[in-house]
Write a protein that binds this ligand. Structure first.
Ligand code: B12
Length: 216
């Protein structure tokens, strides 16, 4: 069994000590931080399925959350090193939308965006539409990132885009949505400009959006 498989197993078994120790070993051995994060995603999906089937309970989700957070904290410095440091390509304002408190994925997006030269303003979790609108006025970002993992987050994303439109700010920003439940259909429904279900793709799209913004 490879060390990555062992890590997946340890996360699924919810054995925190072992999972964190394996992550440290993987990082020390020079494993690609993105591969470690892929493993984290795979483990999270499995845990989610077990939760849906009633094999895991909310307490297990909480434990899993702690472990996933611990792993991403160990990997984060490597992710920064791996990202090519360039001069700021733009400003990203990001938050987890109203009603949703999942933030492990959002924080990974932030780390990778910073490593790619974005200046990032993080609004945290459970962010109401009005707070996004106020923050756009205050920080004047190029891109607004809306994160959400719950199905209900889709409606919060739509409300947020609507509020940005109503405030007359829609033309000033590009909006990208991300998280577990997003796809092309959700992008259309919410009125966003782009979507991504993983951080690496999200960053590539954001860089492209910046080029479009400069060009147009
Ligand atoms: C850990 C976890 C928790 C932790 C969260 C801890 C934290 N600080 O974030 C806790 C225990 C708090 C939690 C609570 C709940 N959870 Co929960 N949770 C999970 C779990 C197992 C893993 C999520 C995670 O961290 N994944 C790892 C990260 C790295 O992946 P990620 O979040 O997808 O992020 C990546 C991408 O999505 C993307 N991305 C994310 N944001 C953005 C933003 C932008 C702009 C871009 C470009 C990209 C991007 O990049 C990231 C890196 O690649 C998921 C299962 C799953 N399959 O996701 C369930 C899950 C999301 N939870 C679920 C549920 C139901 C709940 C609760 C309602 C449970 C309850 N009964 O209380 C509550 C809701 C609380 C709330 N109001 O938000 C369901 C949602 C079902 C649904 N369809 O709505 C899931 C899918 C589990 C399941 N299968 O049933 N949860």
């Amino acid at each position: 069994m490879s060390m990555l498989d062992e890590l997946l197993r340890a996360v699924l078994d919810l054995s925190e000590g072992k999972a964190l120790e394996l992550t440290k070993k993987l990082v020390e051995s020079g494993e690609d931080p993105l591969k470690i994060l892929d493993c984290v995603r795979a483990a999270a999906d499995e845990i989610g399925k077990k939760f849906e089937k009633g094999e895991y309970f909310v307490a297990d989700l909480v434990m899993a959350g702690e472990i996933l957070k611990g792993i991403s904290e160990i990997v984060t410095p490597k992710l920064r090193e791996a990202g090519k440091k360039r001069k700021a390509v733009g400003k990203l304002l990001i938050g987890t939308v109203e009603g949703d408190i999942h933030d492990i994925g959002k924080n990974i997006v932030i780390t990778m965006a910073e490593a790619s030269g974005f200046e990032v303003v993080d609004l945290g979790v459970d962010v109401p539409p009005e707070k996004f609108v106020e923050a756009i006025k205050q920080h004047n970002p190029d891109i607004v990132g809306l994160s959400g993992l719950l199905t209900l987050a889709i409606d919060s994303m739509k409300k947020t885009v609507d509020a940005i439109k109503a405030a007359g700010l829609r033309d000033k920003v590009k909006i990208i949505i991300g998280g577990g439940r997003v796809d092309e259909y959700v992008k259309e429904y919410t009125g966003a400009d782009a979507w991504a279900s993983d951080a690496a793709t999200g960053i590539r799209i954001m860089i492209k959006l910046m080029e479009e913004k400069r060009g147009g």
